[in-house]
Design a protein around this ligand. Structure first.
Ligand code: ZN
Length: 570
């Protein structure tokens, strides 16, 4: 590719409003632009995307996976639980077509796979089956809106039973690990969806301070989970201060202007952990849900959603809270006058049922209750772990303090031990059964960001050879016609040999060209200048090490091949 006609130029200045270092480099190097709040991959960026796709295709084909293409949209129906589990969280988008028909953007919809399997697989002898597809992907609820879209590859592993699926899934796992290794990126596998026992979901995360996924990790035993899924041994923490004697009776105290936990703790001169926090949610299935947790903790809405069996949780309306006799800002489950109406489900986190008495709301504006004891003064309909993990919480596996960090999610695994509904085949005994299914997704755009973040220096990007947009960055210096012809001939010869070349044939200064080459970061840089006409030597510089050598023209092809074996052209 000739730089003189390349669409997308390098930028001297870093765009001021971009704070992600990888994206900043991509924009400066002319790999990407920003349009309407989303990433646009320019030609060089798109070449990298294809390079990654080639690596993924090779690894998936190596394990016997076969590619297909599924529709992006399906008529909108509520997917059943097994189907929705195959989707990355918040990945479904709803829309309507011209005739008002309701559609869902669901490129990895399991019902499409299920109907295919039903038509094609009649016997256990045809299993296992590995299918995969490349597709656009959408992630809702992302902190950075420009990370909401991506290009993903998803593999579906289907087998005759959950036990056999384990072996088949291990093959996919190893293929995905190979892809990450060939991209030369460090990835951590962390637990994904919390509490859902029939699905073992994992997220592949590149630890990064610029990531959009919060992760809890234990350096002691290696346990890692996304924040909402992190399991802590918080029970043992709450048990450290048990009441040694019969607690004092309830006492109502005036607490003017104390509608927040921080105000209340300050006013009473106690730590926030000595208070109880009341949080109200609305849900389609159970109506009002009243969650109670210790004042220093936060509700994990994912855990709460799962323990209550509801599909969504939204903040409750003031009239819903008033209807059960609670007073917002001063609410507690103690003595709720209208509780018997059955219009509320009270859920207590484990942190409020053990330990010292707490200060809780009095359901009266400007007043709280002191010495509130669970079991004596109130009871919940449901007691569960609904707390969000905090840094320093004891690890659920080994008890060492957990650390909170962030990462960029580059892959998602849903390994479902239940069966894919709608699929039927005849097993060994001639009985009709459903297939077991697992899915594995990787996001190529996020892998590009991760490669850059893990491979750059002050001058620019440093591409690992397998993922580089080109094998060679050829620079022509000097303006003599003979030099130009020599450089053109070298470009043609390398290209004909299957080596991909970015050819800087522009009439810019050496400084501009060298800076651009360092910025774009192709592994090998070749320089051919006017001096070549007298000495016949071409300069070769390795981007990663800075090592520079001079090689006779006739040995260039062999030298390049020695340093860098040719990739499969695409
Ligand atoms: Zn641990």
């Amino acid at each position: 590719m000739r730089m003189s006609s390349l669409f997308g130029r390098t930028l001297r200045e870093t765009p001021a409003d971009i704070d992600h270092p990888s994206l900043r480099l991509m924009m400066r190097a002319g790999l990407a632009r920003f349009s309407a709040g989303a990433i646009v991959l320019l030609p060089i960026g798109t070449r990298i995307l294809h390079r990654l796709a080639t690596i993924a295709h090779e690894e998936f084909m190596r394990i016997g996976a076969q590619e297909l293409h599924l529709p992006l949209f399906r008529p909108r129906t509520s997917p059943d639980r097994a189907q929705s589990r195959l989707l990355p969280p918040d990945s479904t988008l709803h829309c309507a077509d011209q005739s008002g028909r309701s559609l869902a953007f669901a490129p990895t919809d399991a019902s499409a796979i299920a109907s295919l399997i039903t038509g094609e697989i009649a016997s256990y002898r045809q299993l296992p089956v590995l299918l995969y597809q490349m597709h656009p992907v959408y992630y809702g609820n992302r902190r950075s809106s420009w990370l909401r879209e991506g290009v993903a590859l998803t593999v579906y592993a289907l087998d005759s039973s959950a036990v056999e699926l384990e072996t088949t899934s291990a093959r996919v796992h190893s293929a995905v690990e190979h892809i990450f290794r060939r991209c030369d990126i460090r990835i951590v596998s962390v637990e994904g969806v919390p509490g859902d026992e029939s699905a073992a979901a994992h997220t592949s995360v590149a630890i990064s301070e610029h990531g959009d996924t919060e992760v809890m990790i234990c350096e002691s035993c290696g346990y890692a989970a996304v924040l909402e899924a992190a399991r802590t041994a918080i029970d043992s923490m709450t048990a450290v201060s048990p009441a040694r004697h019969e607690p004092d009776p309830l006492e109502e105290i005036a607490t003017p202007n104390c509608a927040t936990i921080a105000d209340l703790a300050r006013f009473c001169g106690v730590p926030e952990s000595a208070t109880a926090k009341a949080v109200f949610f609305d849900s389609p299935e159970r109506g009002l849900i009243f969650a109670v947790i210790r004042g220093d903790r936060d509700i994990n809405t994912q855990k709460l959603r799962l323990v209550t069996g509801v599909s969504t949780l939204t903040p409750a309306q003031p009239e819903q809270i008033a209807a059960i006799g609670a007073v917002a800002g001063y609410a507690s489950p103690v003595g709720l006058s209208n509780r018997a109406s059955g219009n509320v489900l009270i859920v207590a986190d484990r942190s409020v049922i053990a330990g010292a008495p707490l200060i809780a709301g009095a359901n009266r504006h400007g007043y709280h209750l002191r010495n509130v004891v669970y079991g004596r003064d109130w009871r919940a309909d449901l007691v569960a772990d609904i707390a969000l993990a905090h840094a320093g919480d004891p690890c659920g596996k080994c008890g060492a303090p957990l650390q909170r960090t962030t990462g960029l999610a580059v892959g998602y695994t849903s390994h479902d031990s239940t069966l894919l509904p709608g699929t039927t085949f005849l097993d060994r005994d001639g009985m009709t059964r459903s297939a077991a299914v697992a899915s594995f997704s990787i996001d190529l755009q996020r892998i590009i960001l991760t490669i850059i973040e893990q491979h750059y220096d002050p001058s620019g990007m440093v591409w690992p050879s397998e993922t580089s947009p080109f094998d060679i960055h050829l620079i022509r210096l000097g303006k003599q016609d003979a030099t130009r012809q020599s450089a053109d001939a070298l470009y043609d010869e390398l290209s004909a040999a299957g080596i991909t070349v970015l050819y800087d044939d522009r009439d810019d200064t050496a400084g501009v060209k060298f800076n651009d080459a360092d910025l774009i970061g192709v592994p090998l840089r070749l320089v051919l200048g006017d001096r070549f006409l007298s000495d016949g030597l071409v300069e070769i510089k390795q981007r990663a090490t800075g090592v520079m050598t001079k090689t006779p023209r006739q040995e260039i092809l062999a030298t390049v091949r020695k340093v860098r074996p040719p990739l499969i052209p695409f």
